[in-house]
Write a protein that binds this ligand. Sequence first.
Ligand code: SAM
Length: 200
Amino acid sequence: MTFDAAFWNERFARDDFVYGTAPNEFVAAMASWIPPGPVLCLAEGEGRNAVHLAALGHAVTAVDQSVAGMAKARRLAAARGVALTTVVADLAAFAIEPAAWSGVVTTFGHLPPALRRTVFAAAVRGLRPGGVFLLEAYTPAQLAYDTGGPKDPDLLMTAASLREELTGLRFEVLHEIERTVVEGPGHTGRGAVVQVCGVR
Ligand SMILES: C[S@@+](CC[C@H](N)C(=O)[O-])C[C@H]1O[C@@H](n2cnc3c(N)ncnc32)[C@H](O)[C@@H]1O
């Protein structure tokens, strides 16, 4: 299966929010780590994290390949009365400005390994000194559950792989855990995830 823009546009075509309108639980818990300043949300889908971070006072830019997802992100931002910049782009073609961001945030953005390495290296470079990277994603242990996430092991992440791919960060959190993920109809049930909070 190819998780391209057409796949996600179809997935996000419904009126309700596939991953809900509340922020990801880990992002909500760790948001106070992000210093004041601009935040970049990568593979942001329908905007739930971006809108939350904007409501906390950050100038947020959300990037996703799905035009439908970014349209819903703007709708959610308008409903909450917050400003949000949205960019419809494939992350393969999106340049992350170096040393520009107080935070870079991504949840369940499962990219192919080569692209993941490139994007994560650029994300680390994109942080200002003291800037914070937050990530939650499924690990290979998630393959045992039928509660969301890709079935291709190459798209899944481990704490060990992320430690290497995110060289340059000081890790405050870098662990694999199991938790109950109830985040919209797209993620519901027991899940095996890796969580990262890293400081540049
Ligand atoms: C499972 S959804 C997660 C959305 C959001 N981060 C959340 O947690 O609610 C995965 C998202 O990754 C985006 N995505 C996957 N590959 C991408 C790429 N190469 N460039 C931009 N976005 C991508 C998809 O369009 C989709 O919105």
